[in-house]
Design a protein around this ligand. Sequence first.
Ligand SMILES: [Zn+2]
Length: 186
Amino acid sequence: MNHDHKEAFCLMTYECELCGHRESIWNSRDGVTPFAMGCRRPGCDGIANHVEWEKDSYLPDHLPEPGDLLWIDMPDSLRMPLARRRVAQFVGTPYYPPEDVMEETLTNIAASYREGEPWLIRWLGGEDTLAEMTSLAARLREALPAAFVSEWLGEMVGSPLAVLRIVTRAFKDGRFIEAPQEQEES
Ligand SMILES: [Zn+2]
């Protein structure tokens, strides 16, 4: 395969050097990924490093599951929000830009992010496609009694993405999905 980056489309492992927390992250594009990042375990200030490089799996056709972590190109639409956040960290210090140069400062920071900067997202399932719903239904059928599934899938139509999140969380935690609340007669 001809790629510019050896980590293109690789599923890689990050491990915190402080608490040992590990995460798998798939690189969704032919782009750079960080060697290290802040540990994502709540409350941990450690550094998570890309480890076991030799075990990186090259998966160009990988299908992310809802809940998975992915590297993408930083969207241009986030440049200004990130610049504002950077500046906000200096409120109350001598480094906070005065009003007359604020606009210019924000613009400069926004322009300083490189094209294709790696950006971490959690895959929420994307569009509410029939394929996704079908695959979800299949997973539910394996885990739940048939009568319950048909009733539950009927309820899912209202907000499939919200339900995908709940289902994903339930599956990832290895817990059984709790029955939905009884609907009030109206
Ligand atoms: Zn950690």
